[in-house]
Design a protein around this ligand. Sequence first.
Ligand code: GTP
Ligand code: MG
Length: 318
Amino acid sequence: MLLEDQHPDNKSIMIAVLGRPNAGKSSLINHLLGFDLTVVTSKPQTTRNQFHCNVVIDRTEIVMVDTPGIHATNIEMNKRMNHQAEMGAEGVDLNFVLVDASIDPMNDIREFKKLFTMELSRTWIIFTKTDLVSDAPYEKWFKEIQTMIPTAERFFAISVKNENNIHELTGAICDAAQPGAHLYMDGAASNMNERFFAREYIREQAFKILKEEVPYELAVVIDEYKDAMKMDQAGGSHISASILVNRPSQRAIVVGKMGSNIKTIGTEARKKIEAMVGGKVHLNLHVKVSPRWFTNNYVLDELGLPRSQTQARVWRKK
Ligand SMILES: Nc1nc2c(ncn2[C@@H]2O[C@H](COP(=O)(O)OP(=O)(O)OP(=O)(O)O)[C@@H](O)[C@H]2O)c(=O)[nH]1
Ligand SMILES: [Mg+2]
């Protein structure tokens, strides 16, 4: 479709969805999309990259930028995750700062403010998980937040579990959208491709079944992606992926007794990838020990986590 062919009543808005790890950013995005595009788990630091998640309601295109939760860290990968969140907020029309209402929200927002170094443009504060809170002083919290984030213009107290204020939030987003062309004229759900989401869905299953530090010292890289549609290939798509771990003992945990863990990860991820591509998928998983992969530039680049410009300058000076 050509730009000039777009409907004259089209509206559009781009929103960065920001906050601390586990605040409910990806859950809210999936809820507004109406399907599970981005990965949600009960563990903090699930989202590692910033990317667009798009939905069109009536004639309004809403582009939500999912971002990693901002956290204090000395680990190279995690610094780059924080940088991804700041990149996600660049040039957007509106920021949502999500705050979990169920655990010490004011402490959470102070930490966020300390670690998020960018100036926030127009911002709405979204208190999340209100189903877990019986009575909370949202108005008072919001007033205090405004002293830290002067661009915070309003707040919503929501829950994706019981739909509290979701309808109101959706209406307010559509009202805030400005007349203009849709960015994704072909109706694409994301700026990331199926290869990216295949990687995410494999990692999601690993995050769900593995405990303690293993999920954080694990990454997935796609070694081969043969798309049945593109190659006109009967019998489905073929995907080979490596699950990288830091230590040999973690390899044994990921594989599990008689291969039980890797089998579950593979089966569950395959089902989700098949639903995404709308066809049969053959998924081969390998577990590889790659010591300290989370400090390795090549691996981090492959994972879509480039170093920040400030880091790059420091590196070049040496
Ligand atoms: N009870 C309740 N739980 C919620 C709600 N929203 C999210 N959660 C849960 O909170 C946990 C974290 O949700 P995510 O959406 O992954 O949080 P996130 O902010 O994207 O986390 P990171 O990607 O790690 O930064 C999951 O277990 C969700 O099911 C809610 O409205 N109510
Ligand atoms: Mg997330």
